[in-house]
Design a protein around this ligand. Structure first.
Ligand SMILES: Nc1ncnc2c1ncn2[C@@H]1O[C@H](COP(=O)(O)OP(=O)(O)OP(=O)(O)O)[C@@H](O)[C@H]1O
Ligand SMILES: [Mg+2]
Length: 151
């Protein structure tokens, strides 16, 4: 069942990511959907912080995916900005996400179109912007996530 979380500030978005990270393990796919500026990268940063992975999470300009080495928790994270692929999801195949999906937590921005392509088991988070500039996160567990805790 989808659940909605209100995020009043960017710090709330960060700490929501840290909360989500507690439940994540290698092989998990998290899809962050939502329009430009919705807060997807900030959420990915929060997840990375919570996992304690190395390297800064940014909006990649020339790369579409960045592998973050594991920190103390021993869990690496692959951050993919699929928005930059436009409609050409074939490029996703070049990233060899299948093997990344064994050893890393994979976080993909612009998730909805990419979901079916990658794995039926995923946690979809739809971010939207409220008129007062706060954000709403709607969490939709898919596949195996239906019986897993995410917060
Ligand atoms: N809950 C929030 N309330 C207010 N502002 C927020 C919130 N969460 C994030 N922001 C702000 O929204 C802006 C855009 O965030 P971010 O870059 O993460 O969006 P994005 O969805 O990744 O955008 P893009 O589609 O360009 O990749 C940032 O300035 C960030 O600080
Ligand atoms: Mg972004």
């Amino acid at each position: 069942m989808a659940e909605s979380v209100e995020l009043l500030t960017a710090d709330d978005t960060l700490s929501f990511g840290r909360t989500l990270s507690v439940h994540l393990r290698p092989g998990d796919l998290v899809l962050l959907a939502g329009p430009l500026g919705a807060g997807k990268t900030v959420l990915a940063k929060g997840i990375a912080e919570g996992l304690g992975v190395r390297g800064r999470v940014s909006s990649p300009t020339f790369i579409i995916a960045r592998q973050h080495r594991p920190g103390p928790r021993g869990v690496p994270m692959l951050h993919v900005d699929a928005y930059r692929l436009g409609g050409n999801l074939d490029e996703l195949d070049d990233l060899d996400l299948d093997s990344a999906l064994v050893e890393s937590v994979v976080v993909v921005e612009w998730g909805e179109e990419t979901a079916a392509r990658l794995s039926a088991d995923h946690l979809l988070i739809r971010l939207t912007r409220n008129p007062d500039d706060s954000r709403q996160a709607v969490v939709e567990p898919h596949g195996a996530w239906a019986t897993r805790a995410w917060a």
